[in-house]
Design a protein around this ligand. Structure first.
Ligand code: AHM
Ligand code: MG
Length: 341
């Protein structure tokens, strides 16, 4: 590239945060401090994952986490990096992490925000170098609270923001503060996230479905028949018009599968089945943040019964839910199939 091709007026995440803050007259800059701590965590985890093989961090530790999964060394490290980064904010008092059985109170910080996170989601893919990510939901601490479970055991509609970072060929960061979704790409040389997807909108339709089809013998009938209908080549009996069967795509990292769905359209699901009666994904730090981001981008997210994900309310910090998420028209097809539309 000649120097004349270099864009010298890029929007970095700090600039974006400052400009958004100026547009909101009452903003005190608190949310900026939260985002700044988060982006530091994402950069640190991104760097650590990229050099993991070289510094022998792949492989299992032998311990299990709160939900019984085997922990990877990188899971442990990602969790540590994340929690320490939240301490630097000064205003995040509560942290819920997939890797910690109990909620963490950051006593030295003011009781203003609560963060729920999956520090490294999709970690079964790590040793193969396949994309993983960090998923985060953000709540404001309730008035009068010094920080405890009731600050996060709330409906998804009460979140004030959500984001995920995906550590793929590049590191992407998708953020919502409740007014649309903006996407950033990490420039490793500058060490900054650069605005690359302003006001991201999910395509309204796309013939792609994403599910672990290996679980199909254990699905309930409505899930089985719906996925079957997507796989069917259809011919209109009157017009003869043909509709091709959907394509299947499944990475096995929720962040990567939802990110692709966000950019290309389609539907991603982890439904309930015989062995996962409430699905597999966690409400507070997997389903909620992804549902808020996708809704803010014009998409939809519901559970097996057609209930809007953001209207659910956890009773325990590690609760799970089934989820159907993606393009509005694709999720509507599922809702029609189960008679909820
Ligand atoms: P993890 O948080 O332990 O990594 O598990 C969550 C992951 C999701 O990223 C992904 O959608 C799902 O598990 C894949 O599960 P499966 O291997 O059963 O298809
Ligand atoms: Mg996870």
């Amino acid at each position: 590239l000649g120097s004349e091709n270099i864009d010298t007026d890029i929007i970095t995440l700090p600039r974006f945060i400052l400009e958004s803050q100026r547009m909101h007259k009452n903003a005190k800059g608190d949310f900026s401090m939260v985002l700044s701590a988060l982006q530091y965590a994402f950069k640190f985890i991104s760097q650590t994952i990229r050099k993991s093989e070289l510094i022998h961090l792949i492989g299992i530790t032998g311990d299990t986490n709160s939900t019984g999964d085997q922990q990877k060394k990188l899971d442990v490290l990602g969790d540590e990096i994340f929690i320490n980064a939240m301490k630097t904010s000064g205003i995040i008092r509560v942290v819920v992490s997939e890797e910690q059985e109990h909620l963490i109170l950051l006593e030295g910080n003011e009781a203003k925000y609560a963060i729920c996170c999956d520090p490294i989601d999709g970690s079964s893919n790590l040793d193969a170098g396949v994309s993983v990510g960090t998923i985060v939901s953000i709540f404001k601490i309730l008035p009068g609270s010094e920080g405890d479970e009731k600050d996060v055991l709330r409906s998804g509609t009460e979140m004030c923001g959500a984001c995920y970072a995906m550590y793929g060929a590049s590191t992407h960061l998708m953020v919502t503060m409740g007014q649309g979704v903006d996407g950033f790409t990490l420039d490793n040389n500058l060490g900054e996230f650069i605005l690359t997807y302003p006001n991201l909108q999910i395509p309204a339709n796309r013939a792609i479905y994403s599910v672990n089809e290996g679980n199909s013998p254990y699905w309930v009938e409505s899930t089985r028949s719906f996925i079957e209908s997507l796989r069917t080549h259809k011919v209109d009996p009157v017009t003869g018009a043909e509709t091709k069967a959907y394509s299947a795509r499944y990475v096995g990292s929720m962040v990567a599968d939802v990110h692709r769905t966000f950019l290309y359209g389609g539907i991603f699901t982890y439904p309930s089945d015989k062995y996962h009666p409430n699905g597999k994904l966690r409400l507070l730090y997997e389903a909620f943040p992804m549902a808020m981001l996708v809704e803010q981008g014009g998409g939809k997210a519901v559970d097996d019964h057609g209930v809007r994900i953001l209207d659910l309310k956890p009773t325990h910090i590690h609760d799970k839910t089934s989820i159907w998420i993606g393009s509005p028209n694709e999720v509507d097809k599922y809702l029609m199939h189960i008679g909820k539309l």
